[in-house]
Design a protein around this ligand. Structure first.
Ligand code: AMP
Length: 283
């Protein structure tokens, strides 16, 4: 496994492969955990060459403190990546991707970026995501790129961008990887104290309740929001949103008339966590 830090070195490393062997890209911000590894394994089984990018993208952070305290552990990441069969790590410094004078933004508009994470974190968040993902897709030119359903809105925004720009890459969605107790794996989980981690379990519990309520016939989103918010508040979580949206457009629903995505963002102490679950109706 090689680690490269510049786009020129990346292109050079991939030059013998391009066009004759398939390339899978897993974009990450590092602090690799089992969730990332599940994406890497999917990439490994689908492609001849696996590239993992590690870049804590300043443009997608809306809180300076979150960016400053974001876990960084490149040595451990490299070891995990190598064990998982990664061929190449692309780990650039910020000025490699955003050199002086950088002035371009790739921006997806509409409900898909304006709501939920876009509303809570500001429009710059998804602009930061789509700008960096497009730069990575152009630099690596992968056949397939892997994204987690844990960040469901991000996945749909990236799909929209790829379709709208006609980028020649297949976006592969990978299921959310969870700890045994149900908590979705996240690089930010390391910030949770033992008691906060326990309280954070209210999030998967609330999502389970949504699924159960819909299975029992409840269709009113307001009722779901009320009950799920209660479950979160009971564990002293500060709810940012409990939402039910159309899985493709991310438009909010009042009534669940088809399969929908239920999404939660909540703060446990200083740590902001997100999670989601597809809610299926009938059938
Ligand atoms: P991040 O390093 O947090 O930017 O995540 C990099 C990629 O890994 C994104 O596509 C995430 O959606 C995905 N990811 C993060 N956590 C998980 C998880 N628990 N299960 C599946 N995918 C994940």
């Amino acid at each position: 496994m090689r680690i490269v830090r510049t786009v020129a070195a990346l292109r050079e490393a991939l030059a013998p492969v391009a066009g004759n062997r398939s390339i899978g890209l897993v974009p990450t911000m590092g602090a690799l955990h089992e969730g990332h590894l599940s994406l890497i394994r999917a990439a490994r089984s689908d492609n001849d060459v696996v590239v993992v990018s590690i870049f804590v993208n300043p443009k997608q952070f809306d809180e300076a403190a979150d960016l400053d305290t974001y876990p960084r552990q490149e040595g451990a990441d490299a070891q995990l990546a190598e064990e998982a069969g990664v061929d190449l790590i692309f780990a650039p410094e910020a000025d490699e991707l955003y050199p002086a004078g950088f002035a371009t933004t790739v921006s997806v508009s509409g409900a898909i970026t304006a709501t939920l994470e876009g509303a809570e974190r500001g429009s710059a968040h998804f602009d930061g995501v789509t700008t960096i993902v497009s730069k990575l897709l152009i630099a690596v030119a992968p056949d397939r790129a892997y994204f987690g359903q844990k960040d469901a809105q991000q996945l749909m925004v990236v799909r929209r961008m790829v379709q709208d720009l006609g980028l020649p890459v297949e976006i592969i969605a990978c299921p959310t990887s969870r700890d045994a107790d149900g908590l979705a794996r996240s690089s930010r989980n390391v910030r949770l104290s033992a008691s906060e981690r326990e309280r954070a379990l209210a999030i998967p519990r609330a999502l389970g309740l949504a699924r159960d309520m819909v299975a029992a016939g409840e269709r009113r989103v307001a009722r779901l929001q009320q009950e799920l918010s209660r479950v979160l508040a009971e564990s002293q979580l500060e709810t940012e949103y409990v939402a039910v949206v159309d899985p493709t457009t991310f438009e909010a629903k009042d009534f669940i008339d088809a399969d929908s995505w239920c999404l939660i963002a909540a703060r446990v102490g200083a740590t902001r966590l997100i999670d989601n679950q597809l809610i299926t109706v009938g059938g």
